[in-house]
Design a protein around this ligand. Structure first.
Ligand code: C2O
Ligand code: CU
Length: 465
């Protein structure tokens, strides 16, 4: 899918030198709120072209400003909507209080053009998170409405110079370098693998170079903000380990495997890297490899290499499988799917309805949100969801407000038992069981994070009383 043009762009020596320590690009208003304005912006993405792409952005920047706070702190953000359509912000992966979760239509009304909304919440866990638009997200995220949200440990395990955020996006550009807007909402994408792009950026740049000092330890926070692309990332040459998944630190780091790292839409992975020589990160796709980041090793001038103090794992409540309530979620629909009777807004969908409603996927025979939840949990109850993917596509399923354990994955020999996740990949015809303690009261979305799939039906919700 990555075309020749990108290959040229990524190997043509156009690398931008990245600033390692992110600057805060916004200030607090006098009432203590950070202001984030969603609106149109221009930015050159395709380096070989002349055209500045017409994006939607937060504070006119892509990615949006990096929010860095410490675990336990309160985040206050005033969203100002300068777009031509309603919007909202979701704080992906934060175990947040429900009315601040930012899901337009479930936890708040969408913010109309010209309107504002004040988010005010506490971030309980240190880790790598992100924020993004959660109204018509297939459209708004594709145009650039997202940014990193980094929650530092109270005593940060790495200083700012050794802590690198890598926000990876997959854009679909026209030949002149502008966004391909005509194909937004394309029903072919909705019924297949979602909107896949043809141009990768990292922190809004093409193939940036990050300088590292020889032998020193760095935390590299990878965030996949693509609408639909599952990224297979080759990190050969990175001597190191995986510290965290989806913002939750592992009790013991895992060695980086020799196979590419698999990072689905919305997923994050924190790496601990110590390098002696230069190495790239490469996107592995259809047998080709494209370098999209270069780490360039500089001498550390004989300075003593600091010992790293590894971050410690959080303390999420462990699910108790012996007393769990189990629910089954059958994923159906899409191209090449078997026909299953599907209801949408209480009506059975038939032949021509896809063109009319855009609905083509279903959970338990229902496309998109219904008035009744998938399940209702008592606060503190352990929930097991057995998810059966009866479609021909991979999906990236995300629970709002809760992290879970993958307790069973059909056909897999990888031990995932030490990981907490907020988004899991599920292969075609695969069955996966997840478990979590439903401890956060409110109405929570459970959906595919391939944003076209969510828009086309892969969306449900559960309630914690
Ligand atoms: Cu990353 Cu429902 O969201
Ligand atoms: Cu999906």
């Amino acid at each position: 899918m990555i075309n020749r043009r990108q290959m040229l762009a990524l190997t043509g020596g156009i690398a931008a030198v990245a600033a390692v320590a992110p600057a805060f690009s916004f200030a607090r208003a006098s009432d203590g709120f950070f202001e984030i304005t969603a609106g149109p912006a221009k930015k050159k993405l395709y380096t070989d072209g002349d055209v500045e792409a017409d994006l939607w952005a937060y504070n006119a920047s892509n990615p949006g400003p990096q929010i860095r706070v410490k675990a336990g702190e309160r985040v206050k953000v005033r969203l100002i909507n300068n777009l031509e359509e309603p919007t909202s912000i979701h704080w992906h992966g934060i175990r947040i209080q429900n009315d601040m979760d930012g899901v337009a239509g479930l936890t708040q009304d969408p913010v109309p053009p010209g309107g504002t909304f004040e988010y005010d919440f506490v971030v309980p866990d240190a880790g790598t998170y992100w924020y993004h638009a959660h109204n018509r997200s297939w459209n708004q995220v594709a145009r650039g409405l997202y940014g990193p949200l980094i929650v530092e440990e109270v005593e940060p395990a790495f200083d700012r110079d050794h802590d690198i955020t890598v926000v990876i996006d997959d854009w679909r550009l026209r030949d002149d370098g502008n966004l391909d807007l005509e194909s937004l909402g394309n029903l072919m994408d909705w019924s297949h693998a979602g909107r896949l792009g043809n141009y990768l950026t990292v922190n809004g740049d093409s193939a940036p170079v990050f300088p590292l000092k020889r032998g020193e330890a760095y935390r590299v926070r990878l965030i996949n903000v693509a609408n639909a692309r599952v990224m297979e990332i080759g990190a050969d040459g990175a001597e190191g380990s995986i510290l965290a998944y989806d913002g939750q630190t592992l009790p013991e780091p895992e060695t980086i495997p020799s196979d590419p790292l698999l990072i689905g839409p919305a997923q994050r992975m924190d790496l601990l890297i110590r390098a002696d020589k230069d190495f790239p990160l490469q996107l592995v796709t259809r047998g080709d490899r494209f370098s999209f980041v270069e780490f360039s090793v500089k001498d550390n001038e004989g300075a003593a290499v600091a010992e790293v103090k590894l971050p410690t794992a959080g303390t999420l409540p462990e699910p108790d499988l012996s007393s769990a309530s189990t629910y089954t979620l059958e994923m159906t629909g899409g191209a090449m799917g078997q026909f299953v009777e599907t209801r949408y807004n209480g009506k059975v969908l038939e032949g021509e309805d896809f063109r009319r409603t855009g609905q083509v996927w279903a959970f338990n025979g229902v496309a998109n949100l219904s008035d009744t939840p998938f399940f209702s949990a008592k606060q503190g109850e352990t929930i097991v969801v057995e998810v059966r993917n009866e479609t021909s596509f991979v999906h990236a399923m995300h629970t709002h407000g809760h992290h879970f354990r993958v307790v069973e994955r059909e056909g897999s020999t990888v031990d995932e038992s030490a990981r907490w996740r907020d988004t899991f990949l599920i292969g075609p015809s695969q069955k996966v069981r997840i478990a979590f303690v439903a401890d956060n009261p409110g109405k929570w979305l459970f959906h595919c994070h391939m944003l076209e799939h969510a828009a086309a039906g892969m969306n449900t919700w559960f309630e914690v009383a």
